[in-house]
Design a protein around this ligand. Structure first.
Ligand code: ATP
Ligand code: MG
Length: 359
């Protein structure tokens, strides 16, 4: 039967980023072969300062209500979406194995993967890729080693978000760890070596990318909420007041008189130093880092990029997921500010475009 959708292909692509404190949604289309921003929206949940974690069921309910509002407002053209799973609920790691024949290798990977995944086989969805290496053309037993990129996500976590999508009557085309979405929107096919620091509400994801391939992905259990708490403690103000102060134009990080010590930033910097040191000791041929890209809502904090640049001696910039997207000029100032918060949602929608193009 003649299939109109097949002939013309999908033209709209929806990305839904389920964050700890908010949901961000972006819809892109392809026009004249270029990705265009059709629509975007976001909603914050009512997260409060208290240390006691909101009951997960309540949180899912909040997410559902927020997403319903967004969808009602956006009226997306697309009936299906790409969704993200938080980086800290999954795992991305690289390990090495001796070079061997393909079917043997598959067995060896399965065996090795168990050492890295702290859950049973039934609880996770795992996949792996062989990273291209010099061993590609070597015979088995030649002493060469292959590098395997292992990715795992909790089934339970994915099904939580699938349920929420079902409630808003949008199909899920694919789910991925947000790390991949961020890399797609902020780096794409750039051949350089970059460190991405994504600082959200709850967590921080540090990602090392070489020639578009993820080489390291570390999750640090600290984020924007901890920054707010540090500000609240330093100034002896409420969480809400500290949240406001943090978003103002005053540089609380670098100004001596503010006297704020932000432990989260120290933890993040320490982890990055460890990554840089281990690269040095591995004597990585392409050891140089071309730049640091900051992403997530906290990237907008005044003075953060300067602080990271000065502390690590590598230029840090705020990530811009819109750089390859065509959009209405009138939106420029609005979406530029939102940029680092939308790197996941845009990266998800871009996956749709990539899949469509490769058909
Ligand atoms: N202008 C700003 N200055 C400083 N911090 C900001 C600013 N705007 C937002 N934030 C902070 O960004 C954080 C939210 O970031 P984001 O929306 O990326 O998190 P999330 O995706 O909900 O959480 P996570 O990624 O941890 O699951 C909050 O802590 C918020 O206070
Ligand atoms: Mg996030």
């Amino acid at each position: 039967m003649f299939n109109i959708f097949r002939r013309f292909g999908r033209k709209h692509f929806l990305g839904v980023d389920f964050g700890t404190s908010s949901i961000k949604v972006a819809e892109l289309s392809i026009r004249n072969q270029k990705p265009c921003l059709e629509n975007y929206s976001w909603a914050c949940f009512n997260v409060v300062s208290s240390d006691q974690k909101a009951d997960e069921i309540t949180r899912d309910e909040l997410m559902k209500i927020s997403l319903e509002k967004i969808i009602k407002k956006m009226k997306p053209v697309s009936g299906s979406a790409y969704i993200s799973v938080p980086a800290y609920t999954g795992l991305i790691t690289i390990f090495e194995l001796p070079y061997m024949e393909k079917n043997e290798l598959e067995q060896a990977i399965k065996f090795e993967a168990h050492k890295y995944i702290p859950a049973s086989e039934e609880e996770v969805i795992a996949s792996w890729d062989i990273i291209k290496s010099e061993a590609d053309n070597s015979p088995a037993g030649s002493g060469k080693r292959v590098k395997i990129l292992l990715v795992a996500a909790m089934k339970e976590e994915i099904s939580r978000y699938e349920k929420i999508m079902k409630a808003v009557k949008i199909n899920v085309r694919a789910a991925e760890l947000e790390t991949f979405s961020i890399v797609r929107s902020l780096i794409g096919d750039d051949a350089g070596t970059y460190l991405i620091i994504d600082i959200g509400f709850r967590a921080c994801n540090v990602i090392l990318v070489e020639k578009g391939v993820i080489k390291i992905s570390r999750n640090i259990d600290t984020g924007g909420n901890d920054i707010t708490k540090s500000v609240a403690e330093s100034f002896n103000v409420s969480w809400e007041k500290a949240e406001d102060m943090k978003k103002q134009q005053k540089d609380l990080i670098n100004s001596k008189e503010s006297g704020v010590v932000i432990y989260s930033l120290e933890l993040i910097i320490d982890e990055i130093r460890r990554i840089l040191e281990s690269r040095k000791s591995e004597n990585s041929s392409s050891g140089k880092i071309d730049g640091i890209i900051i992403s997530g809502g906290s990237a907008n904090m005044k003075g953060l990029a300067g602080y990271i640049s000065n502390t690590l001696g590598i230029r840090a910039v705020i990530g811009n997921p819109w750089k390859k997207i065509v959009f209405d000029e009138k939106l420029k100032s609005k979406i530029e500010k939102l940029g680092p918060s939308f790197s996941v949602a845009v990266g998800l929608a871009l996956r749709g475009i990539e899949e469509q193009k490769s058909k």
